[in-house]
Design a protein around this ligand. Structure first.
Ligand SMILES: [Zn+2]
Length: 339
């Protein structure tokens, strides 16, 4: 009888914690005010792993008064109990005790010493996580610097494209007839085993009224299109296009915007050159579908319309659409073609 009674009391005790909305805990612990968002969706630094800008997401319309998720901790939940477990590094029963303010029926309350020990454990874990995170960020920063240095070095080794197999590839294989911009060059192989390449620089070069572009100087990211040694196509390797350096938010500018104040944005260099040739408008390449949305912020104020060319696959369509949405938010006229 006694055991059955305790079971039912515990069920009530747990149910009591379950009635508390996630939002209440977020509010009481001062987390809600660190988040930004609209409607019921918010993002901000993670209260568990300690840093970040938007890694911690909350949807107040989901779960019991809010669902949450940190993409770095890779943990989340849909109620106040899971939120307390997440924040305090504690087990289910302890979270219910914290929420109800009462120990499990049939058990004595957490003693002061136990509480202090638990809080110490949680704060030690938090410090450890912060330390690991700082080390990871340091490693990432070093790797990014190495990639930038490599991109700088590769771009510094370029040769003018005119008369090279990179020009041959664009003219004869891709049928490009327009003049080639200073953002494209030829990269000769450094060793006999290396492939020659068409090298393109991610940058926003100065544009002149006659439509020419300044040479980008200190490149921080480049794209290589590895070529066959006779220039009759891309090199026969699994990935003939290689990006070096981080270029999110930077385009490969292939043609300056004309008086039409209109540019086209494509995934690849070759398509962008073809569009420029056919339509006489400015042209950018993103260097891959995933890099298209971030280009919205790089489009200069004076540009009035952008034609986004979507590649005919799911990734191509999704990212072209994201770019279009971001541009429309900036009141730029957008046309999405293809896909
Ligand atoms: Zn986190």
């Amino acid at each position: 009888m006694y055991a059955a009674n305790v079971t039912s009391l515990r069920r009530d005790w747990i149910d009591e914690a379950r009635t508390i909305p996630t939002e209440t805990v977020l509010h009481e612990r001062g987390i809600l005010k660190t988040l930004t968002g609209r409607g019921s969706k918010f993002v901000g630094p993670c209260p568990r792993c300690g840093t970040g800008v938007d890694r911690f997401a909350v949807h107040l319309g989901k779960g019991n008064g809010g669902a949450f998720y940190c993409r770095v901790c890779d943990l989340g939940g849909k109620d106040a109990i899971s939120l307390v477990m997440f924040l305090d590094h504690c087990k289910f029963y302890r979270a219910v005790e914290i929420l109800t303010g009462r120990p499990p029926p049939g058990r004595k309350a957490e003693s002061n010493e136990e509480r202090i020990a638990r809080e110490h454990r949680a704060s030690a874990l938090r410090i450890q996580m912060l330390q690991r995170q700082r080390e990871r960020q340091q490693r990432e920063a070093e790797e990014q610097q190495r990639q930038h240095d490599k991109a700088y070095w590769l771009w510094a080794r370029r040769e003018p494209i005119s008369g090279t197999i990179a020009e041959k590839y664009l003219r004869e294989v891709r049928g490009i007839t327009c003049s080639l911009p200073s953002t494209l060059a030829f990269l000769p192989p450094r060793k006999p085993a290396h492939h020659p390449a068409l090298i393109a620089c991610f940058a926003i070069p100065k544009e002149h009224p006659n439509g020419t572009l300044d040479q980008p100087r200190a490149a921080q990211a480049v794209q290589l299109t590895l070529l066959r040694s006779d220039g009759n196509g891309k090199a026969d390797v699994p990935n003939p296009k290689i990006s070096v350096g981080s270029h999110d938010g930077l385009p490969i500018v292939l043609a300056a915007a004309t008086d039409l104040l209109s540019i086209a944005i494509c995934e690849g260099i070759e398509d962008a050159l073809s569009v420029h040739e056919a339509a006489g408008i400015g042209a950018w390449a993103a260097g891959g579908a995933h890099f298209m949305p971030a280009l919205a912020a790089a489009v200069p104020e004076r540009i009035e319309s952008v034609t986004v060319f979507a590649d005919d696959n799911d990734t191509g369509r999704t990212n072209a659409h994201k770019l279009a949405v971001a541009l429309r938010e900036r009141s730029v006229e957008v046309l999405v073609v293809g896909g």
